[in-house]
Design a protein around this ligand. Sequence first.
Ligand code: PGA
Length: 249
Amino acid sequence: MPRALIAANWKMNKTAAETAEFIRALKPHLPAPANREVVLAPPFTSLPAASAEARGSGIGIAAQDVFWEKQGAFTGEISASMLREAGCSYAITGHSERRRIFGEKDRQINLKTRACLEAGLNVIFCIGETLDERDAGKTFKVIKKQLNQGLKNIPRGDISRVAVAYEPVWAIGTGRTATPGQAAEAHAFIRSELGKMYSGNTAAQVRIIYGGSVTPDNVKGLMSEPDIDGALVGGASLDLDSFVRIIRS
Ligand code: PGA
């Protein structure tokens, strides 16, 4: 299994100056433990400053979104190769806020994910059920569809560059995290679906990370579950001490 992935999703928080200041303050706490890979996803406008400040530190930089076309008349959009030029090694696709607030569908998320892989970016591909879907007993059905459609036509050779982030929508930003047991059950299901889509061996190489109200206090319990290979951290990644505690957990 590759190193566990600890990724910070800053959403629409921190200016470029604040981003650089955070990374400067983070560097003395690095390198991260050898079994951890650390990635920060600041807003687009912070990406060049983040990659300049992170150079040589081992911190990876991620974009929070991407557009699938390479160039052209797509006002407001940014391509995968532009993200590479800005210093990104990762992009996030399929975040539930993009799905819910901006109406993104599985097909668009699939195009974005494929565009990233083709351009040489790694991907943090997010899936997860809403509370209504969980209460209706549809959790596995929903995440199976998101996986099958979101990863459609992604060849076996590329899938190890995708980390699947299981983020139950009801746990994001709510302080109501999934229990380690609930998360482990979903992660085991995701691993078995990936095994059907690819092979058991290939599925074992894909990192499946958990997101949704991860904190320094609950991260250890979550990550000690067998199929939980890291964390995608929102709110608790904005504070340096809290993020350092998560990296070192
Ligand atoms: P949260 O966000 O940690 O604030 O719940 C996680 C995410 O949206 O990726």
